[in-house]
Design a protein around this ligand. Structure first.
Ligand code: FEO
Length: 421
């Protein structure tokens, strides 16, 4: 892809298109100078071609209109038509002076080259690493590029922007942009969530805790969860700023109750459980392991444990299971033995948990096998490679199906979990 050569053609197309007099723009004025020009997507089934997004996702982008104009990030290629409509409408005939690239992942960076075809005079402002990625993705260096580092500033007129580096939140080139005039943090992927926006672009306009938090957690844990140390670094930097509004690249904008949402990220990035509670995940081929896992749930409930959640690993997206394993303090993993190994969905879950540096939980194990029950030993070995887990000593072992002695073992496991909650 090239940046400039088709500019004339694009301009001609745009001008013809404008004569159709279509009103497709869907922008939101955030304040006198800032316009939301992002787009929501309910068509994509898999974010990053791997994570189910039943509620869709938004690709947020913001346009600052000052003496100079600055667009903060572009959007995913799938929403390009609406995105360019929005940018053009928000600019309202003005030139685009700057494109600030906080993050180069293609869900935000895919439209950089197409944007420069439309606004070739714009200067890209980004980190040196992002500049290198622009060349990698588009095969050409943009004509106007200003590389910035920690603490560098850009004055647009009334607004002064300060750039702060946020490596590995979620890629190495990431930076955040702080508008010290209006005290707004453009936080890149941080403080984002899965979920398309429906007119209400602010978190205080939706029932975030009941309707969005689970997806925010699933987004954070799966996308950024591995980089807790780096998120902690960013939280420390953010604590030194006076932030009145957070504008992330996904999900609602935060202008109220910021401390509550920042607090969630603090807990998640310290790998501490958010809830004292029990999640039971089972990998069951013909239902016998499932039966034992659900019996354990009942035995826990009889001991006063509330809010127990049980999941079939074969039927639940692994990203949801990973998110739930991060949420609670106690997890029971129950798996059939399969080809002398761990049943595949459970094996996949353990690999994913290890990849996300999951740690500091109390874990019980149930295994099953008809030829030979080896899944417990194998799961334990996987868990021991992770950090700081407390793995309960006794594995409950089923030979094909639970018998009276397993009821006793399950009761003992329930007792042990209940007393450590
Ligand atoms: Fe939303 Fe890491 O991109």
């Amino acid at each position: 892809m090239v940046f400039m050569t088709d500019y004339k053609q694009i301009t001609t197309f745009n001008n013809k298109y404008k004569t159709l007099n279509l009103i497709m723009q869907n922008t939101v004025k955030i304040n006198q100078d800032l316009v939301y020009v992002g787009v929501s997507d309910r068509r994509t089934a898999l974010f990053e071609n791997v994570y189910q997004i039943p509620n869709g996702v938004s690709y947020n982008s913001y346009l600052l209109l000052d003496e100079k104009t600055a667009l903060l990030d572009t959007a995913d290629i799938t929403v390009s038509e609406q995105f360019f409509e929005n940018v053009e409408a928000a600019l309202s005939g003005r030139a685009l002076d700057y494109l600030i690239v906080n993050h180069m992942e293609p869900d935000h960076g895919a439209l950089i080259a197409p944007l420069l075809l439309r606004y070739p005079q714009a200067t890209i402002v980004c980190t040196a690493k992002a500049a290198q990625m622009i060349e990698q993705f588009f095969g050409q260096k943009p004509a106007n590029l200003q590389a910035v580092k920690e603490g560098d500033t850009l004055t647009l007129g009334r607004h002064q922007l300060t750039f702060t580096m946020a490596p590995m939140v979620h890629w190495p080139e990431v930076m955040m942009t702080y508008d010290s005039t209006d005290k707004i943090l453009f936080s890149a992927d941080a403080f984002g969530t899965f979920g398309a926006l429906s007119g209400n672009i602010y978190a205080d306009e939706v029932n975030f805790e009941n309707e969005w938090l689970a997806e925010a957690r699933r987004y954070y844990i799966n996308i950024v969860g591995k980089y807790g140390v780096q998120v902690q670094n960013v939280l420390k930097k953010a604590a030194a700023l006076d932030i009145q509004m957070i504008c992330p690249l996904h999900g609602p904008v935060w202008r109220e109750n910021l401390g509550w949402f920042i607090g969630k990220h603090d807990v998640w990035s310290r790998y501490e459980p958010e809830d004292k509670g029990v999640v039971i995940i089972y990998g069951s081929i013909y239902g016998h392991t499932e039966s034992a896992a659900l019996r354990l749930a009942t035995l826990l409930a009889q001991r006063g444990v509330k809010g127990i959640k049980a999941y079939d690993a074969s039927r639940t997206p692994v990203s949801e299971l990973v998110s739930e394993c991060f949420r609670v303090s106690h997890i029971v993993l129950a798996s059939s033995t399969y080809n002398n190994g761990i049943f595949t969905p459970m094996e996949n879950l353990l690999a994913d948990l290890k990849a996300h540096d999951w740690k500091r939980r109390t874990i019980g194990i149930i295994e099953n096998g008809t030829w030979a029950a080896t899944s417990g030993k194998l799961m334990r070995a996987e868990l021991e490679q992770m950090k700081e887990h407390t793995i309960l000593a006794e594995t409950v072992t089923l030979k094909s199906a639970a018998k009276a002695e397993q009821e006793e073992q399950l009761a003992t496991l329930a007792e042990e979990i209940a007393k450590t909650l």
